[in-house]
Ligand binder design. Structure first.
Ligand SMILES: N[C@@H](CCC(=O)N[C@@H](CS)C(=O)NCC(=O)O)C(=O)O
Length: 308
């Protein structure tokens, strides 16, 4: 089995979610640190233009978006499951809240709080990425009390779930909902200047946070970007061709398409030929001068697939 390689950087909250999943599964994995800001010249040969963090690689298969990464980790390493009690459908539904509205409000808190203290290049990149081209730092700052009120209400939902005496969100065993909630708490604690004071009001949440933190990240070992690219070059994609006669868009293997993240307005899409199509995921084959043929996987939710 090829090694699991995570392309990420330490401060990335969405990467922290995946690192916790790697810990829950107690995996050995390789860690490639990528730049926090574009350009990302050693990532682009793998993804064909997708720039978000993290990205996972296994040989010449590349998984974009934490949703796709986590689904693939569960497929390759089913035990221990991320979905104790058959909770997969519910947990994925929860992810649309944590990774959608709750993620945006958490980012609004951290940005509104940091304001002018945020490095200019970082603000110039992330501002439009998260809040659109007309983003307004002063407005985010002015909205801080309202943002905190919304977050307090939603963290209260986590608190009441844990107040029932469960060690983890689903019961005695950790699962995906723990990773989904934890990465946002980790981000608030570490990056909001009053994070520890704000979180202190949630007694059960703070105790649970320590339990999730104790799970760790599995066993990462550093790898250089060049080594990861060499592995992709020296391997063939392992994903089999798969058709879906019921695909609502009628997409078929072999068709040329472009795939774009809805989250990143105006970002260049990733172009390739469909290799595998299914209800949850689509994979395209693309050629790159540095790595040869790679299969790039995306979730169907949150991504647009356009015929070209
Ligand atoms: N839907 C994506 C969101 C990923 C995301 O927004 N990641 C942030 C970092 S935590 C990012 O890519 N920031 C810009 C960058 O790293 O260049 C996922 O779940 O993986």
């Amino acid at each position: 089995m090829p090694e699991i390689i995570l392309h990420h950087y330490p401060q990335s909250p969405v990467s922290e979610k995946v690192r916790v999943v790697l810990g829950m599964k107690d995996l050995d994995w390789r860690s490639v640190e990528i730049p926090r800001l574009p350009p990302k010249p050693d990532l682009m040969p793998l993804t064909g233009g997708y720039r978000l963090t993290p990205v996972m690689q296994a040989g010449a298969d590349v998984y974009c978006d934490s949703q796709c990464i986590i689904r693939e980790l569960e497929r390759r390493f089913p035990e221990p499951t991320l979905f104790p009690g058959g909770s997969a459908g519910m947990a994925w539904g929860v992810s649309r809240w944590t990774d959608g509205a709750l993620f945006e409000e958490t980012i609004a808190l951290v940005f509104g709080d940091a304001g002018r203290d945020m490095p200019a290049a970082f603000a110039a990149d992330r501002g439009p990425l998260y809040f659109g081209p007309g983003y307004d730092m002063a407005a985010l700052k002015a909205a801080l009390p309202e943002t905190l009120a919304k977050l307090r209400a939603q963290l209260g939902w986590m608190e009441s779930r844990l107040a029932t005496g469960r060690a983890f969100m689903l019961g005695a065993q950790p699962g995906l909902p723990d990773a989904l909630c934890y990465y946002l708490i980790w981000f608030i604690r570490g990056r909001y200047s009053k994070g520890p004071e704000f979180l202190a009001q949630f007694e059960h949440l703070c105790a649970w946070e320590e339990r999730v933190q104790a799970i760790g990240h599995g066993r990462p070992a550093d790898m250089t970007a060049a080594e990861a690219l060499d592995i992709a070059r020296d391997t063939r994609p392992a994903t089999p061709e798969r058709a879906d006669p019921d695909d609502p868009q009628g997409l078929k293997p072999g068709e040329p398409v472009e795939i774009a993240a809805e989250q990143v307005e105006g970002a260049p899409p990733v172009a390739g030929r469909i290799l595998s199509v299914g209800a949850q995921e689509i994979a395209v084959l693309r050629e790159d001068p540095r790595v040869g043929e790679v299969a790039v996987h995306f979730p169907r939710v949150g991504y647009r697939v356009l015929r070209v």
